[in-house]
Write a protein that binds this ligand. Sequence first.
Ligand code: UDP
Length: 339
Amino acid sequence: MTVLVTGGAGYIGSHICVELLEQGYQVIVADSLINSSEEAIERVEKITGKRIFFYQANLCHKQDVAEIFDEEDIDAVIHVAGHRSIAQSVIDPLEYYYNDIAGTLVLCNAMRKHNVRKMIFSSSAMVYGDLEVDDMPLREKSPCGKVSSPYGRIKVALEQMMRDIHHADPEWNIVLLRYFNAIGAHPSGLIGDYPKMTPNNLVPYIGEVAVGRQKSVGIFGDDYPTPDGTGIRDYIHVFDVAKGHVAALKLMEQEPAVRTYNLGTGHGYSVFDVIHTYEKVCGVPIPYEIRQKRPGDIAVLYADPSKAERELGWKAEKTLEEMCADSYRWKSNSNGYKF
Ligand code: UDP
């Protein structure tokens, strides 16, 4: 089976490629390299000893996408490409809406034209919006609260678009994977999270502090309605997220439908929990300071992942300590990628 991974040079995409190659799939990657490096592809090839067919392609450019579908025989698409910063989506919504919505439209049109109707879409826990602590853990059927950022609203819109596409043409087989907070890195230390700009996600930023590139972590708010006042998230190892995609691909043999799954661990950890765990595994203190809340942030978010376990036979395995240890190994052993 040949799988096109959009955004395959990025953080989550590169880990998905490792899993796919190790499970015997042929992998084609389309990536604009706007926020990623081709070196990640070389490293994936080094880890697996297998080859990836790489296209530098911007999904918003019809010609780029047409070229891939004209040349390759694609069976299924894992669509990970997209902007990733919730905070940045609040600052520059136009760029986020344009890039992520137009790119997905172009991709789906090319799939239709070439009769490829198997799609796994990277969605997000952000579609649940700002719910109350009592609403946790989140089930796929949980009512959505007030979605707090353009990033989340784009994911809601694209999920709905996928359902409409399936409704109009039931041959489309679609899996919507709602990621919780993916962190960690490949245990080899060869691939990991390496955004072009200074990271604004918690764990990559802690890593910068741990290796001395930043002085301290800013904690965005300590008066949330949580036990220690800081935001709670369901952190999941990127390796487990990647395995979730391979499990979802197996559903492509079943009757076409739109299926939705949470990819989370079911455990919520606060910002302090993560800082203290990271300190423990890396053995250096992580200084922090309390800052203002970040626009678009929400208090608590963690999954009920039992539907994925029941239907995909998938369960997250790695602990928070393993996530932090792998993240630290990547940060301390590597200088990241060349851009
Ligand atoms: N956070 C923080 N300092 C940072 C980055 C994040 O306190 O430098 C907090 C953020 O407010 C949230 C949690 O850490 O409660 C996870 O944020 P992240 O950006 O990693 O993921 P998000 O859940 O926003 O996608």
